[in-house]
Ligand binder design. Sequence first.
Ligand SMILES: Cc1cc2nc3c(=O)[nH]c(=O)nc-3n(C[C@H](O)[C@H](O)[C@H](O)COP(=O)(O)OP(=O)(O)OC[C@H]3O[C@@H](n4cnc5c(N)ncnc54)[C@H](O)[C@@H]3O)c2cc1C
Length: 467
Amino acid sequence: MSTVTEQVAIDDAAVDELRASFRGEVLGSADAGYEEHRRIWNGSIDRRPGLIARCAGVADVRAAVRFGREHGSTVAVRGGGHSFPGLSVCDDGLLVDLGPMKGVRVDPEAGTARAQAGVLLGELDRETQTFGMALPSGIVTTTGLAGLTLGGGIGWIMRKHGLTIDNLVSVDVVTADGEFVKASENENADLFWGIRGGGGNFGIVTDFEFRLHPLGPQVMAGPVFWPMEDAPEVLRFYRDWIADCPDELMTIVVQRRAPALPVVPPELVGKHVVAVAACYAGPVEDGERVLAPLKRFGNPVLDLCMPKPFLAHQAMFDPSFRRGWWYYVRSCDVAELTDDVIDIVVEHGLRISSPVSSIALWQMGGAVARVGENETAFNGRNAGFTFNINGNSETADGFDGERQWARDYWSALEPYHTSVYVNFLMEEGEERVRQAYGEEKYDRLKALKRTYDPTNFFRLNQNITPD
Ligand SMILES: Cc1cc2nc3c(=O)[nH]c(=O)nc-3n(C[C@H](O)[C@H](O)[C@H](O)COP(=O)(O)OP(=O)(O)OC[C@H]3O[C@@H](n4cnc5c(N)ncnc54)[C@H](O)[C@@H]3O)c2cc1C
């Protein structure tokens, strides 16, 4: 396949023409800013695109797509750059970087927001919370809204208000031939179905419109920590406590070595801990009542669960997922926390060696499970829990060992795997993508791909091939 690098050498004039037409900037490897913008969040990914097209708007996106098509380039598309496997950057080829597209407009009367494709979660939250509203999204503020939404979007208020896609009203899309289309329940409904979970397979989404919900600004939220040795009792208590909890309550179990942060007492830093982090998406007093049994259980070594601004809670995990560290993830859904699953969790939790490796065990259900399995392309609405096993290191040192730890943990859970969340996949091959969507939806997505991208122009994603 020809690459843009080769094309640049062959045809500088075409690149000059693209540059001249662009409102954003077009960076080659010799340009200032190239090094910064070729990098993504996962430091273990080190790729060098031939050209980086930093788009300022829809016209730039269309021009970049047409350029890529005319020159037969490999094309990568980037929203926030948080793809775990690094699907938002390529070697050689053309990187369509939507990062500069930061527009957000909240309509407080209508309870909606429009956001462009370069917006990060924290940027959207800042604008919605100024009106006392929120969109269900993810749990780290630097994650891109675009990639997260296109895969589904799970986070702290999903059990009350649904996935991010369950609150999506409409999208603007640039297709593989550079055309502009809109999609919603009433317009190109087939495309709208596929975009809600099908990733970037069908085009570049340039603009999202969402429904918002009143929230905060104060919420009852945060983690309670126990020594990892207490995990067998803590997890059994936890399982029973959440069995019939209200939708307002969302929890994530975290296993890690206690991080060196100002809120963590020095004597706890580096110790293996299990935490239940919570967020109550309702009145603070109700949250205090619902969370009281958790805070009372056993002998917590640290309790940071208290009334706080929703924005502060959204940023809680940011220091644990810094840009540039080396990241590897394995993920699966399980139906329930049986005693056998708890035994595996305890055993592998105690084996964490890196201070920046961790697991997040997400409580699913609530509003997520009340949307029909076939209403959107997202799969696994009836999952009980989602495991996100993160084998991380700050540099290349020790990365192989952390990866192996994550793989071993995931393999031990294999007898209990149900579905898997597409946004938590590495590059694991077609079979895993098929598993992520389920047979029936995968076939429907393939048919949609044949309609909207028959040449598989958009292939650097959890790829649904047209054939
Ligand atoms: C630290 C961290 C925390 C996370 N937390 C959560 C969480 O709480 N909840 C959750 O659901 N997920 C979470 N994720 C997973 C996250 O949803 C995915 O990694 C998602 O792809 C990130 O979106 P992005 O725009 O930053 O990604 P990018 O790396 O920019 O893109 C990811 C994929 O989406 C495609 N893409 C991006 N933008 C567009 C667009 N506008 N149009 C078409 N295709 C596009 C890219 O081509 C690529 O294939 C997290 C990931 C990380 C690294």
